[in-house]
Design a protein around this ligand. Structure first.
Ligand code: PLP
Length: 382
């Protein structure tokens, strides 16, 4: 049977991971500055994480959400403590799209309304409701086109006010730092004003922290820098370090009711074991602090490279914008120098999303290599 061919693939087969490195079937070692789309938070094959999953699967891998599972409460308690946010409740699911779908549903239940405001360059996932609020027409099927959604420019508080005041809005959703869209962050005032407008008009504010959450920016959530309080926060990628885990945090002013949300796999025993060990490791190894410290080094080094025109992002969610399209550069880094990096919808932007336990030394290797590649490019083109 053929695989349904929806992914353009690199001709590389990783079979093993260790910290910030992956190894292919021939034992070739690759420096992972991309974490498989920002998923690897505590590093590949972290021994404590591996043991937690092994121990749990040997005891009980899965039972349904119709029984008590104290691991879910342990995860919620640890999440509250490490994130520093209070008076939210946790609903667990298995992916980023599912987290966002559930957030939209909660917002619509709570407000009794059905229109959602999203922003240019947003990426919220590929399932029905969330692809409708993703700024990429090429991945929307005709079936996805019947949701009531309104796209606005990021930063445009005037239009946001006008649309919200029309009165049929259930939710405003944004990524505080856009991931797939190219690492843009609106001005601080935009987030404050958006939060105020939502509050005044009883519209639910959803921050999509699927990519930016879990310590990646140096704060636990990217919105925390702006001092706002979202009604709903969505999470996924770093949450399970590769074990499919997602979740939403719902402000306690929104009451739950039986049947409002549900899932077979979300919050299962194995997912919780993975999620708990990720939080333990983030705390024990001070990975949020590490993200902030290593980030400073990266920003400083990047600013010395003249071909880099803009440095975007925060913590270990970094975009390096060049004055040329980076597809060839990325390929050369990967195939000639064994360094994984990422792309975005901005074709000139190299995306850096490494495991949060990466060290300065790894980036020294990266910058040395990058300088060499850039120099060779100049020699080749002259
Ligand atoms: C900000 C953001 N939201 C949602 C998603 C969708 O997550 P998933 O692919 O787990 O459904 C992504 C995936 O890249 C994302 O970056």
């Amino acid at each position: 049977m053929e695989l349904f061919d929806v992914y353009p693939l690199y001709d590389i087969t990783p079979v093993k991971g260790d910290g910030c490195y992956v190894f292919d079937e021939n034992g070739k070692k690759y420096l992972d500055l991309y974490g498989g789309h920002a998923v690897i938070s505590v590093g590949h094959a972290h021994p404590e994480y591996v043991k937690a999953i092994q121990d749990q699967v040997a005891k009980l891998g899965f039972y349904s959400n119709s029984i008590k599972n104290p691991l879910q409460q342990e995860l919620a308690d640890k999440l509250e403590k490490i994130s520093g946010i209070k008076d939210y409740s946790l609903f667990l699911c298995s992916s980023g799209a599912e987290a966002n779908e559930n957030a939209l549903k909660v917002a619509s239940f709570q407000t009794g309304k059905d229109r959602v405001i999203y922003f240019e360059n947003a990426f919220h996932g590929r399932t029905s409701g969330v692809v409708a609020i993703t700024d990429n027409e090429s991945i929307k099927a005709p079936f996805n086109n019947f949701h009531k959604v309104t796209k606005l420019a990021f930063n445009d508080t005037e239009s946001l006010k006008m649309e919200i005041e029309k009165g049929n809005v259930a939710a405003v959703i944004f990524e505080v730092i856009q991931g797939v869209g190219g690492l843009d962050e609106a001005e601080a005032d935009f987030y404050k004003r958006a939060a105020e407008l939502c509050k005044e008009n009883k519209v639910m504010l959803i921050t999509d922290e699927v990519q930016s959450g879990y310590g990646r920016t140096g704060d636990f959530f990217a919105f925390q820098k702006h001092g706002i309080r979202p009604d709903i926060i969505t999470m996924a990628k770093g949450m399970g370090n590769g074990f499919p885990t997602g979740g939403i945090l719902i402000d306690n002013h929104i009451p739950p009711k039986y049947g409002m949300l549900g899932t077979t796999f979300g919050g299962n025993h194995l997912a919780c074991a993975a999620g708990i060990s990720v939080l333990n490791i983030i705390k024990e190894e001070n990975l949020m602090e590490n993200a902030a410290i290593v980030s400073e080094f990266v920003m400083a080094e990047a600013s010395k490279i003249s071909e880099i025109k803009k440095i975007k992002g925060r913590g270990l969610m970094i975009g390096l914008e060049f004055d040329f399209e980076i597809a060839a550069l990325r390929k050369e880094l990967l195939f000639e120098h064994q360094i994984f990096t990422g792309a975005s919808s901005n074709k000139k932007l190299l995306r850096i999303l490494p495991p949060l336990n990466i060290k300065k030394e790894h980036f020294e290797i990266f910058f040395e290599t990058l300088k060499k590649v850039l120099k060779n490019q100049v020699t080749r083109s002259s």
